[in-house]
Design a protein around this ligand. Sequence first.
Ligand code: SF4
Length: 433
Amino acid sequence: MILQESPYLLYSDGKGNIFEDTSLYTIGRTGWDAIPVPEGDWIELPDGGSLYELPGRRGIGLDVKTGEMRLCEKGWAVAAFIPPAYTGLYLAAYESEPGAPLLPLFCYTAAGWHNDKFYVPAVRVEQDIRQECRGYNDNSIQSGLEQLLNAYPHNRLVKHLADNCCNTYHCPAARNYFMGRWECPVPSSPACNANCVGCISFQPEDEAIPATQDRLTFKPTPEEIVEFTVPHLQTAPFPLVSFGQGCEGEPLLMWETIGKAIREIRKHTPNGSININTNGSKPAAVQALCEAGLNSIRVSTNSARKHVYEAYYRPNNYSFEDIVESLKVVRRYNGWTSINYFVFPGMTDSVEEYEALRKLIKDTDLSMIQWRNFNIDPDWYMGKIGQYETGEYIGVKQLMELIHEEFPQVKYGYFNPPAERIHGNYETDFAHW
Ligand code: SF4
């Protein structure tokens, strides 16, 4: 339901209890600015969302009587982690006290309280329900897991997907694999040629935040990859297999292995889509994979601007131009190309970024934008990439509307589409209730 007035600000007592402050309306943050959120942008916190207390931080709100902006002194600030398929439009607005601890690698969207419900400024960009928490059944996951571990007793990858991805990290993609449906994750690379500030699989010892999952420790063989992916492509609804997962480094560093696996997979089945999630650093390797039978690519980026990209990715021996070239290569092979676009209000919707994004879409004939929430401490991110000024911004929702108006062929979403959706009816051919 869309709200017709601002919700009240939320605060926590530091013990995990959250309260509303009815003397303050909650507002949002974009870049370094705290600003009111347009009423029409608030939606109920979707199922699967969660709330965080932000230690050492005071929420900023609008006094319900005077309209003045002021801090909530009653407790710590609160933010929302919104579930996949939704994109946050404003960050949580707060002021950090000296010594406030670094926030872990999650997204921190504004949140408020109204009529006994939590609200967030967000839009649903993806209708595919593959990661909706009500769709998971623990019993069928565990029975699927046992069955597949028995079917592939010597397969290190299936064991990694079972023990680490499914049972430790509760990875939605791994859980779908063990339920025999949709997207199957295929991690393959223990190493990476980038040094992202907010890497979720590796954080240097001198950084104060942990990686959210440990990186793969072995190099799978083509045989190990083929063994469990072919049956998945042959039997799963809307099947796709995706190289490049959160629990590994950069899959393009394993392109020879992946290429051999793709060729072998396609000897056994034409079904489904074979995708790679990547930093796009090696266009020549991407070309070799297209030759082998790769169907789609998703290149991750925090920006369509070279200097903003390189300040965050800190690439080893590659540059922003390489990731652009990788997108072009896949289009030359008539493949599907997406950007995994880390949305940061104030940066993503700055006028400079908007112009750069328009250029990227034109130069690469991009197929899709996956508008992903950026899982990172906002102050830390901006400080690390040296962004102390964000310039003029247009609003994330307006940015989405402007891009859609100019490039109606570019699809929006949150997940890699199956072959049925790419070649069929984009509006209907995917997983839904
Ligand atoms: S490209 Fe991926 S694995 Fe490599 S540093 Fe960045 S987030 Fe980490």
